[in-house]
Design a protein around this ligand. Sequence first.
Ligand code: GLN
Ligand code: ZN
Length: 773
Amino acid sequence: MIKTHILGYPRIGAQRELKFALERHWRGEIDETALEAVAADLRARHWAEQRAAGLDVVSVGDFAFYDQVADHVLLFGCAPARFGFTGAETPLQQLFTLARGVATEAPSACGCGHAHGAQPHGKPALEMTKWFDTNYHYLVPEFDAATRFGLAPDRLLAQVAQARALGHPVKVTLIGPLSFLWLGKAKDGADRLALLDALLPHYCVLLARLKAAGADWVQLDEPVLGLDLPGDWSLAFERAYHLLNGAGASLLLATYFSPLRENLSLACKLPVAGLHVDGVRAPEELGPVADWLPAHKVLSVGIVDGRNIWRADLDACLARLRPLIERRAGDLWLAPSCSLLHVPSTLAHDAALDAELRTWLAGAREKLDELRILKRALDGTGQPEDLAPARAALAARRASARVARPDVAAALAALPPDADRRAAPFAQRQDVQRARYALPAFPTTTIGSFPQTAAIRTARAAWRRGELPDADYAAAMRAEIADAVRVQEDLGLDVLVHGEAERNDMVEYFGEQLDGFAFSANGWVQSYGSRCVKPPILYGDVRRPAPMTVGWTTYAQSLTEQPMKGMLTGPVTILQWSFVRDDQPRALTCAQIALAIRAEVADLETAGIGIVQIDEPALREGLPLRAASRAAYLDWAGRAFRIAASGVADTTQIHTHMCYAEFNDILPAIAALDADVITIETSRSDMELLTGFGAFAYPNEIGPGVYDIHSPRVPTTDDMVRLLRKAAAVIPAGRLWVNPDCGLKTRAWPETEAALRNMVAAARVLRAESRTA
Ligand code: GLN
Ligand code: ZN
């Protein structure tokens, strides 16, 4: 029998209904009952969509008000003691406290949709971190040796009851116990795996309760099987699943995002009723799994890409599926590769996309239809013409002159092999750059953006609506730039920036000016909580029709004698934060973007801008989940950065900037970028990063962030002097820069000026000390 199901559905709603309801609730405008009603309505609608597309079961448990991992913390009664829950709170109050903390100040939100790990005082929220290699952020469970578990299944059972009352066959989705423990953090260094035996009995009780409530299947997500799992963790799987199997409903073990490799036979052997594998990320494992999985078990094949938005090549899917059917006697289930949480609800009618482009795309709802067509083609209940629209769209996409541009291919081919190397080695460049700019020791600078004030946002919104003429908008932005330059001169900063007033988002700004990108009106994807991002759609060869930043930057330079730093987003970050075409290797697409940025760097240089920063905050997050694949990634990503950066004279100083991550494990790759200066987030870890930079002997100049821009707190000069001395202990003083952790767009002007004034003072203290030393 061929069946269809999904691992999870976007919960935010096609019109972001959940986001708006949550935010109204948090502002006190609607109560819990009203919020619950919005949620129940969304669930009902999403299940109806699943059934309308012919899915054999609906997924229950994929809904979450904030985050599914946080829901598991409450489900298994392991909220950290530091929150001091008494049981008098409602479950939703507890959830939102875990998620948002009890703040004495509002966490910052810069509008880019990525989590910046705000640290409110009071009771800080659970930490947030990226869900595997996605842009979704989950709340990190906190464990310690004393963690005790319980079971609070009422909310989940109510959702099962809701689905049953609507007449749907139900499959409940849960995070499996090993992945749940793995994703948590043991603050006291305790062994999380040692908690497994205490946790399992609660899973068993839950499985029995779910079965009694009418859930025939329970999907247990264990994506950690796609990681380089330590031996004791993989061993624990057998023990755990022997206990869980038979506790209640039939179990579907779900893996995704990464090949199973050495865990493949383990996954096939575990005592469960079915196994889901990611046939998009690891198609090469479909054959072996089909052979190894015992015949009586269900094989669920993730055949439609749950991580991207391209309409599936149905013929290719069928060609992959047919041999599996021949090999398997048992049931075959078809599914997206992973939860559809990572794609927009729908793109079929998006107002901002042209009619042709829309036919190339598939949001969650469209992917449900793809499953139905595949199933019918396989079991013979469909019509040949069912496949026609998808075939036609794919053929059009392949043949489109918008996608494949000979001029881009030619430009890349014409690039000399050493295009990713600067002419002279760093030491030589450093000499000529020092001669050119004669900066003081411990030069001060900022990361690029200055406060995006209400006035800036209002002007941009009016301009976008067509209510503010281009010339007026440009004048308003120039006035902002002039203000920013004057403030920086007053503060005594050494290398200035124009402040990025004209940029809404560091990727969107460039994507909108490059050929090959499109922007949807409503292609939102949940990033965390109520926060959504609308990633650009990178559909075709990338080309830069005209300079993108030169006008603003040269205007800023015309206002000052100090060096003005040009500000660009790097190719890897643009790639990483977009939905990227799937018809050629990512490495090639990245190289195309790099070429466009290289041209921009060249134009800036020609226009007299001698310092250019190429931001790559997302370099680290593109790292493959499996260690064995990392070197290849770092290789092409690094090359792309260097292609962008290396077309300049020795006298031009290239900066890069990184944040949001720990970098110690990729230091050699960061050094291989050969940027003249790197500015990097460090202050939140109290310069911990620098131990890595010291031990590795980072060769070029470096500006470890001396204050956290995520907090409105104004750091004192002493705070920053202390951090700088710490930095100077591991990095030669002659290579140190002084700067904040990241851009200042989320901050207000008063605290920004105060903090930068103290920062400049701190640099002066260090200068005085080094003169007397
Ligand atoms: N130049 C950008 C800014 O200052 C960098 C942002 C980032 O690293 N995320 O806002
Ligand atoms: Zn940053």
